[in-house]
Structures are given as C-alpha cells and as structure tokens.
Ligand binder design. Structure first.
Ligand code: ADP
Ligand code: MG
Ligand code: MG
Length: 240
C-alpha cells in the first residue's frame, strides 16, 4: 500500500487553477523529488498534503496510510506522522532552540535534540540556548528547523526547497540529513527547483502549470529539468 495517495487533486485560488487533476502515489521508504519551473505548483502541492490554511478547499482526495485525511487539521496530520518544513516559520519565534526541539521530539529523549543539531552541523553547546528568532541567520534557522524534523521522526517529511538560503558548505549537510531520515525509515519528499537536489532522490515527479507531467527515475526526469525543456507550454520551455 502506498504511504500517501493523491487522487485527482485540483486546487483553485482566486479563480486561478493552481493544481489540476494531480494523481500520485508515494511509496514508503523512498526519497522523492518534486521538480518543475517556478510557479509550477510544487509548494502548493506540499501545502495541500499538510493541510495548511488556505489549502484545504480542494477537489480530489488525500489518502495517508489508507485513511482519507482531507478533513483533518494540520495538527491531526502531524500526529499521524506528516511534517512540512518550513511550514510556519513564525510559530516558534522567541523560543530557545532547546525547547523548540523538545517540543518537536515529544516523548523522545533530550539527547535526540542534541543529536539532531549535530546532524545538521550546529554545535549543541552553542545553539541549544540560542533563541529561534532573527538573531539566527536564515541558513541557521533552516538547519534548526531541519533538526526539528529529524527529532520528530516523521513517517513523511515534506521538505520545501531544503537547500535555499543555506550556505554552500552546509548544503552537503542537508543531503546527509536526507540520507539519515531515509535510514530511519522516513519517506522524504523534496520540493525543489535544483537539479543538484533532484540527484539525491530515488524517484521524481515533474510538474508544470499545476499539472503532473511525468513520473520516473531521476535519470528519466533530469534531462527535462536540466534543459528546461518541459513537455508543456511553460514560457521557459522551447517545446510547445
Ligand atoms: P512553485 O512552488 O512550484 O514555485 P507555487 O505552488 O508556489 O509554485 O505556486 C503555484 C502558482 O500558484 C503560482 O502561479 C502562484 O502565483 C500561485 N499561488 C500560490 N499561492 C497562491 C495564493 N495563496 N493565492 C493565489 N495564487 C497563489
Ligand atoms: Mg516558487
Ligand atoms: Mg515553491
């Protein structure tokens, strides 16, 4: 059974079609990438799966572990094991990193918070007492949020542009974390416009203009993406 099934999903906002009849299955244990040009609907797809505010009025069905979750709140979906980084960056503002990670790791040991920080390349001795606020750089903040995802031990981690805003030398850390999540049994969906990130996936979905155009191995999807030769009418695409 698929971990997640998206069935005939359509989303309209302010009269504009954002997602159109998207059908896809996410099998447990794999790393998936969702790629496509800017505005393709990648982030909207992740937002619908998480059930973010403004992304609940949909056509179609979201099925997680056999259960229809369309009507579940974000918190209920989180309790079932779905997480989206970086869903609500403002929510934990002002909280010490230690508390933020403890909340994320609920029920798990405090050591997990430290391990998660080390995994993302942040020294616990320096960062546990820092606050989640604007004194952290954008890249540090993204890494703290990624540590929270690790500490949560989710079944499904949706990571929206995990590399953006992160220093070049920290990007490799993010791939370490993705590998670690997979080893821990987390299924990962990487929403990305980066071919480099795509190469760290097992399988990929190509989106354009709100539609899912192709599904395949990285080798199958990479050529469309790298050449910006999308099989659709996107302005970036030389193919009509
Ligand atoms: P991607 O992540 O692939 O770049 P998005 O999912 O962010 O694409 O956006 C897909 C399309 O939906 C874009 O044209 C964007 O302008 C539009 N869009 C996204 N969110 C909203 C919104 N809240 N209201 C209206 N249009 C939106
Ligand atoms: Mg975008
Ligand atoms: Mg996006």
């Amino acid at each position: 059974m698929a971990l997640l099934s998206v069935r005939h999903l359509s989303l309209t906002k302010e009269g504009k079609t954002i997602l159109h009849d998207v059908c896809l299955d996410i099998e447990p244990g794999y790393v998936y990438a969702v790629v496509g040009p800017n505005g393709a609907g990648k982030s909207s797809l992740a937002a619908v799966i998480m059930g973010l505010h403004g992304y609940r009025e949909i056509e179609g069905e979201i099925i997680f572990e056999g259960e229809r979750i369309n009507d579940l709140s974000i918190d209920e979906r989180a309790r079932r094991g779905i997480t989206l980084a970086w869903q609500e960056p403002a929510r934990f503002d002002g909280l010490p990193v230690r508390e933020y990670l403890r909340l994320s790791a609920k029920g798990h040991s405090d050591e997990e918070a430290e391990q998660a920080l080390m995994l993302v390349g942040l020294d616990p001795a320096r960062y546990l007492t820092r606050k989640v606020d604007q004194t952290l750089s954008g890249g540090e903040r993204k890494r703290v949020e990624l540590a929270a995802v690790v500490a949560m031990r989710p079944k499904l981690a949706l990571l929206d542009e995990p590399d953006s805003g992160v220093d070049i030398d920290a990007v490799e850390r993010i791939f370490d974390v993705i590998r670690y999540l997979k080893e821990q049994g987390t299924t990962v969906v990487l929403v990305t416009h980066s071919a480099h990130v795509l190469t760290h996936a097992d399988r990929a979905f190509l989106m354009c203009n709100g539609k899912l155009l192709r599904e395949g191995t990285v080798e199958e999807i990479l050529p469309y993406f790298s050449s910006r030769c999308y099989p659709c009418n996107h302005p970036n695409s030389p193919v009509p």
